[in-house]
Write a new protein. Structure first.
Length: 429
């Protein structure tokens, strides 16, 4: 038996506006975020601060069992397609909840990328597959943190909600420097040692922070600013997050929300993403693992895709109902799709040649699909779009000004996205 296509374990490791105002007016302090927005944050977010929720389905969700089904064809698999809220657009039946919010979605079905391995694909997709210029490019979250900075809430600009361990992850930032790394919340829990020891009063803590800043300034005066700034930034982020410990109090989350999002990991983490966005975090990334279905693809899809579908649809509904969807860009994607051909293990292998990305919200048209694949789903049958096109699209949707569309890496000008690509105009509002 030829197992060359299999992965190795280490490769994974009222009007809406009036409703918003009413909700904000009724919010009672920091503890109101379970279902309401704080007044100050609601006012700022309604003013147009752009934010992002980036859902990363690590390993590769099958486009054929989700956004681009091909039922009753040679490679179509056992699932039906179903009507959505948009006439003429059909999703796989496993996306029953997403089908009901399709009028808010923009799905690109003609994504064609370059890498069919996780080790290369994950990093290149997250970085936009830029040309090799001798530097390590930032992941999308770090890029947005750099280009747009924190929101007026001054919370960490890039938060990563993920299974397993948390902490500050500097690697995502690439040449931008550790300051633009991700604050990872392992299992949606606060970082270790974030809670102030009961023996330390707020006044003592403030005095300690003043002393830390004094020594930091003296330490930094003779050292590289990028590293000392990053070190100070971590402390400042932690200090700000300490003021929002209510975000980690699940007792403040209405039971109805828990049911709508699901009590499994991805449901809880997507609900946390919504709460972080409501609180004013600029970019929230949510990771889900185990999507690499080389074997038993259909049973795996029947288990995993509903776990994504329900909270994804709930997130879209909630952002819309809160009047926030105009300003929050939602993206759901993987490093590639799955092969149309079903292998001898009843699985689908890696397929970068033709796959789908689902989006909604800020700067995008709603209720449409862009591009198409052929009848068997084997190849793109329209204009192909690489991840560089997606990066250009996202930056334009977020309103990144033209003067910021180039990094200055210590005097080296670098384009923020692949300079041979362009925005997908069909999907932009």
């Amino acid at each position: 038996m030829n197992d060359a296509h299999l992965c190795r374990p280490w490769e994974h490791r009222l009007s809406r506006r009036r409703l918003l105002g009413t909700m904000a007016a009724g919010a009672m302090g920091a503890g109101a975020l379970g279902g309401l927005l704080e007044p100050a944050i609601a006012e700022e977010l309604a003013a147009g601060e752009k934010q992002v929720v980036f859902v990363w389905l690590d390993g590769g969700i099958s486009q054929l069992e989700s956004w681009d089904p091909k039922p009753n064809t040679e490679h179509g698999g056992p699932f039906r397609d179903i009507a959505t809220s948009v006439p003429g657009i059909r999703f796989c039946e496993l996306l029953e909840h997403s089908a009901k919010v399709a009028h808010h979605l923009a799905v690109v079905r003609s994504v064609h990328t370059q890498d069919n391995s996780h080790s290369a694909g994950v990093a290149r997709i997250n970085r936009g597959d830029p040309k090799n210029r001798g530097v390590v490019y930032p992941y999308l979250g770090s890029a947005v943190a750099k280009l747009l900075g924190p929101t007026s809430a001054k919370l960490p600009p890039y938060v990563w909600v993920k299974p397993y361990s948390g902490g500050f992850k500097a690697d995502d930032a690439g040449f931008l420097g550790a300051k633009y790394g991700a604050l990872a919340l392992g299992d949606a829990k606060p970082p270790e040692n974030l809670i102030l020891n009961e023996s330390v009063t707020p006044e003592e803590n403030e005095a300690r922070n003043d002393l830390r800043k004094f020594f930091n300034r003296r330490y930094a005066s003779q050292r590289r600013p990028d590293w000392t700034d990053a070190n100070s930034h971590v402390y400042d982020v932690a200090h700000k997050l300490m003021e929002r410990m209510d975000l980690f109090d699940e007792s403040q989350v209405p039971e109805r929300d828990r049911e709508r999002y699901g009590t499994h990991d991805l449901g809880r983490h997507m609900l946390m993403a919504r709460r972080l966005i409501e609180a004013g975090v600029r970019f929230v990334k949510v990771n889900s693992y185990h999507w690499d279905s080389h074997g038993d693809n259909f049973n795996a899809s029947q288990s995993l895709i509903p776990q994504f579908d329900k909270p994804f649809a709930a997130l879209i509904e909630d952002l819309h109902d809160r009047g926030m969807l105009d300003n929050v860009l939602v993206i759901a994607m993987s490093e590639f799709g799955r092969t149309p051909k079903i292998n001898s293990h009843v699985g689908r292998d890696h397929w970068p040649e033709a796959w789908s990305v689902a989006m909604a919200g800020a700067g995008l048209k709603r209720g449409l699909t862009v591009g198409k694949t052929n009848e068997l789903g084997t190849f793109v049958d329209s204009q192909e779009y690489d991840v560089g096109h997606l990066f250009h699209t996202w930056f334009k949707a977020l309103g990144v000004p033209p003067e910021k569309m180039e990094y200055d890496n210590n005097g080296q000008p670098l384009p923020v996205a692949h300079d041979d690509c362009w925005p997908i105009e069909e999907v932009l509002a």
